[in-house]
Design a protein around this ligand. Sequence first.
Ligand SMILES: CC(C)(COP(=O)(O)OP(=O)(O)OC[C@H]1O[C@@H](n2cnc3c(N)ncnc32)[C@H](O)[C@@H]1OP(=O)(O)O)[C@@H](O)C(=O)NCCC(=O)NCCS
Length: 205
Amino acid sequence: MSFRSYIRKKYRAFRPILIKGKDNTVRNCSKMRGFTIDITGDNNTLDIADDCLLTNGVIFISGSDNRLVIESDVRIYGPLRIDMRDGATVIIRHGGRMRGVNIVCESGMVEYGAGSGASYNVVIRNTDSHPIFNTETNERINFPKDVVIGKNVWLAQNVMILKGVTIGDNSIIGAGAIVTKDCPPNSVMAGNPAVVVKNNVYWER
Ligand SMILES: CC(C)(COP(=O)(O)OP(=O)(O)OC[C@H]1O[C@@H](n2cnc3c(N)ncnc32)[C@H](O)[C@@H]1OP(=O)(O)O)[C@@H](O)C(=O)NCCC(=O)NCCS
């Protein structure tokens, strides 16, 4: 490790939350280990419940009017990366579990339901990050759309949830699935693009 990165690591251990901007509100008493949060912009709100464990992750909040809520008893084992931009709301509900997750949220919402679990290399995004335009009208065709992961959902390894998707309560998304359409409750969805392969199931942690 270079001297520069050694100093940066030591500094971040003392200052895990860096804020640049005005009217930003941070309430965080969680246990953070190897976890950093960068806020650049104005009027952003961060609210992390006291009994959460945040390990091995980074949260980048940029622009204004973003809101991150992490409710009680959430365990993040990492690696986690959350990127929020320009009026994004990310809510991780009570008892959520995450291993290797990347959430990308821009001008809209990502909600991660109570008691849901995500494996390694899971991506959840409400935005494509780059605008696409119609050549004749020059109008944008791919706006951000909210993503809602229901309660007690299991996202298996290498899952990708794309913009506009709602996953119903108690459902399972199979390894490697790319989900572009809604999943009903108590169902298994798998494949690329993901389709429903089973109904009337539930799972246990
Ligand atoms: C989603 C999963 C749990 C479903 O298990 P299951 O209920 O036993 O499902 P089955 O094996 O009976 O498969 C049902 C159908 O879906 C297909 N299928 C299952 N998982 C699939 C996947 N990940 N991708 C594509 N198709 C899949 C099967 O080929 C089968 O198709 P068929 O009916 O045409 O034969 C399991 O397949 C899976 O993806 N496990 C990975 C778990 C994981 O990542 N764990 C990490 C720890 S969190």
